[in-house]
Design a protein around this ligand. Structure first.
Ligand code: MF3
Ligand code: CO
Length: 249
């Protein structure tokens, strides 16, 4: 069942989502060669404490950390690591904060130092794909229209869209219905209604869309060891179009 949110509930959702956005704004200048994703994990812990937020990922289905840190060919759900990041790495940091029971979710990819031309392009195209998806998030459209816009943009640049991990509704739970793929076909899937709140979180690969999960039970990696990038916003569907609850500026 899709839980539609009232205007008041969308107001409650603004707080944790804005806090995740502020977290990303704050770590952006820290994402440099030499920093480790473990440093970011510790920072996330202090940041949440300082802002009186709960950290929702740790313990969720036994996920062991506050953040997910997915480097290069890791698509999602990578574990933070003490290994220093190096120039040329692409790292996605994902976290969920909770304020008064309401959840906020956003993942963002960071370029470490100087990255390759392909990395630059994958980064740019993935971010554009997210915003092309958001443009379709209007009442009356369907989830497949969002997926289609993302897929067309990624594939027109010869990149591929991950199909084993999905976007999801969010509210008092991290994961609510609807669950949907970031691909078409257009005109299919749930129709978008006022009060729906969900993530759009395309994971785009430089090579094939295929992935596997490592023995740790979480780390999702590309089968062909090619790079993967992800940008995720939580959005609310309103009469006046989508509100990006995790917008960073
Ligand atoms: N932000 C991620 C998501 O889109 C978090 C997944 S990690 C998990 O759902 F622990 F919640 F699975
Ligand atoms: Co999410």
């Amino acid at each position: 069942m899709i839980i539609l949110k009232s205007d008041r509930e969308i107001e409650f959702l603004r707080k944790p989502n804005q806090l995740v956005a502020e977290f990303h704004r704050t770590i952006a200048p820290m994402m440099k060669p030499g920093v480790s994703t473990w440093d970011i994990e510790l920072f996330a812990k202090d940041f949440a404490k300082k802002h009186h937020a709960a950290t929702s990922l740790v313990g969720y289905r036994n996920y062991p950390y506050i953040t997910c840190a997915s480097v290069n060919d890791v698509i999602a759900h990578g574990f933070p690591s003490k290994k220093p990041l190096r120039s040329g790495d692409l790292v996605t940091i994902d976290t969920v904060f909770d304020i008064r029971g309401w959840k906020g979710d956003s993942a963002w990819t960071y370029k470490i130092g100087k990255v390759s031309k392909t990395s630059e392009e994958l980064y740019k195209v993935t971010k554009e794909a997210l915003y092309k998806g958001i443009e379709q998030a209007i009442i009356g459209n369907r989830l497949g229209d969002i997926g289609h816009a993302i897929q067309v943009h990624a594939e027109s640049h010869s990149f591929s869209v991950v199909r084993d991990l999905v976007g999801h509704g969010i509210g008092q739970d991290i994961h609510e219905e609807p669950f949907y793929l970031h691909i078409g076909p257009p005109g299919k899937g749930h129709r978008l209604k006022e009060g729906m709140v969900f993530t759009i979180e395309p994971m785009i690969n430089a090579g094939s869309h295929e992935m596997y999960i490592e023995e740790d039970g979480w780390t999702a990696r590309t089968k062909d060891s090619e790079l993967s990038v992800q940008f995720e916003h939580t959005i609310a569907i309103t009469k006046n179009g989508p509100i990006i609850l995790t917008e960073q500026d």
